[in-house]
Ligand binder design. Sequence first.
Ligand code: PNS
Length: 160
Amino acid sequence: MKSVLAIYPGSFDPVTNGHLDLIERGAKIFDRLIVAVLQNLEKEPLFCVRERLEMLGEVTRRWPNVEIDVFDGLLMDYARKKKAQVILRGIRAISDYEYELQMALMNRKLEPSIETVFMMPAEMFSYLSSRLVREIARLGGSVRDLVPPIVEERLRAKVH
Ligand code: PNS
């Protein structure tokens, strides 16, 4: 029987409830889902890769078909190496679409056999992003309801 492996790539700095909503939806549809953290040497992240992997591991433990991994270089090289058939990406609003379309079509040019699948998170997460979560935490605002409790704790420890 055909088994579909999807990769959900991103920075996850840090993982938010919007990411988790998408992971839950993806885990229902695909046989296996790898959440792949980009090790981006250019960006200065708030959480190092190890911390991001730890948080993701903890908050996705309830889904047996979800794995956490790290990648660098081209996403399509990583996806080929993993023998994935699908890249999963979330689209929150029209404003995400242009960038996501460009990336999906470029990825298709690099590897035509891998499909990008877009899913929408619940609308209550449509305004949520890791960047805003980092900013709110840094400025002392509450990120409750935006991130899982263990991420909230780690954010508090990080910015104080
Ligand atoms: O969470 P993000 O920052 O929106 O994720 C972006 C990500 C990691 C999916 C994208 O930057 C990526 O795939 N980077 C890997 C390098 C690559 O393959 N670049 C060519 C994209 S067409």
